[in-house]
Design a protein around this ligand. Structure first.
Ligand code: DP6
Length: 334
């Protein structure tokens, strides 16, 4: 039996009863170079493997929490007041309740995502990280960044990495309560490093990461090799970052992502997040690479691609994709 989120959180919160003071926070989105895929504990979002990401600078979520005079909780997303029954609103309030601990103080939570619409990125990582940071200020919890990361993880696994900028490693941890399963900022930077957000298809994804990973674990024999591969890739990626070796980093990240997708495809019912346009864009990346341009791809639980390259090839990569494709280039190190 897994320990509940509330049990873990209550153990680490200050004794003082909570009382809110208006607060706001920002957290960046992140792209995993070594993916998180599979939970050993679904309640606490404890991962089977460690992962490594790069945060997207000023692209992410701004979240504010204020005391509501209206007597009810209200949640706004990108300026729009949501219905209390909407799944986003319910998730936000359920997470906040873990810290409110029964206090009768309704709140207004406002989240704005500034990730370009072209990115087609899920915002749960930056959203839960920003919410956690805002909760820490709102209830004056004074938590360390490690604890903030571990708690944000309970909202969404990848949110554990979004409490930091730069290259970030999320340790899988071994504790049953998961408090050692938190992220750490790696002391490495790479000013010329670029991430391209390439939107190739629109539309809501049909299977979210949470149920996708569960399905993979339960039905894909191929998943058995994933934890070893991820562990090996993480070591290689760290070395590649330290050496600023784009070819090694790109190859390892691309293989890591495609291996994760292979486990999804081997699930039942099959889980294929790619659309025809995704495959066409993958071929385009490989053509550019064959033409001598060092560009690599990674993909998450959706149809869009993220490109990995260096500043000096920015123009060739922009030129390499037809005008119809939407490409946003991010400089994670300013
Ligand atoms: C493919 O963090 O969205 O993007 O923990 O269930 O909320 P939950 O899943 P989530 O999964 C992200 C999966 C991924 C890979 C990654 O970001 O590492």
């Amino acid at each position: 039996m897994s320990i509940s989120k509330q049990d873990v959180i209550s153990t680490y919160l200050p004794e003082l009863p909570p009382f809110g003071i208006d607060a706001e926070a920002f957290a960046p989105s992140n792209i995993a170079l070594c993916k998180y895929w599979g939970k050993r504990d679904v309640e606490l979002n404890l991962p089977i493997n460690a992962s490594l990401s790069v945060s997207l600078g000023d692209l992410g979520s701004h979240t504010s929490i204020s005391v509501s005079e209206k007597g009810i909780d209200q949640v706004y997303l990108n300026g729009e007041l949501l219905q209390a029954e909407s799944s986003f609103s319910k998730k936000v309030i359920a997470f906040l309740d873990l810290f409110r601990r029964g206090l009768d103080q309704p709140v207004i939570v406002k989240t704005n995502n500034n990730i370009p619409t072209a990115a087609g990125l899920a915002s749960s990582a930056s959203g839960f990280a920003a919410l956690m940071l805002a909760i820490n200020d709102f209830y004056r919890l004074g938590l360390t960044t490690e604890r903030l990361s571990a708690f944000a993880r309970m909202g969404s696994g990848s949110a554990s990495r979004s409490v930091y900028q730069g290259f970030v490693e999320w340790h899988k941890g071994v504790r049953e309560d998961g408090m050692d399963s938190c992220a750490e900022r790696l002391d490495m930077s790479w000013p010329g490093f670029r991430i391209g957000l390439l939107k190739v298809a629109t539309g809501e994804k049909k299977v979210d990461s949470r149920s996708g990973m569960q399905r993979t674990i339960e039905s894909a024999d191929l998943y058995q090799s994933w934890p070893q591969q991820a562990a090996k890739d993480l070591v290689t990626i760290k070395r590649a970052i330290a050496d600023r070796d784009l070819a090694l980093l790109g190859q390892t990240a691309e293989q890591n992502a495609l291996s994760m997708h292979a486990t999804m495809i081997a699930s039942w019912p099959p889980l294929l997040y790619w659309q025809a346009e995704s495959v066409a864009a993958m071929h385009r990346v490989w053509e550019l690479r064959n033409a001598g341009i060092p560009v690599y791809l990674t993909m998450d639980a959706g149809p869009n691609l993220k490109l990995i390259f260096q500043q000096e090839h920015e123009q060739e990569i922009r030129d390499g994709f037809p005008e119809l494709l939407d490409l946003d280039i991010v400089s994670p190190f300013g």
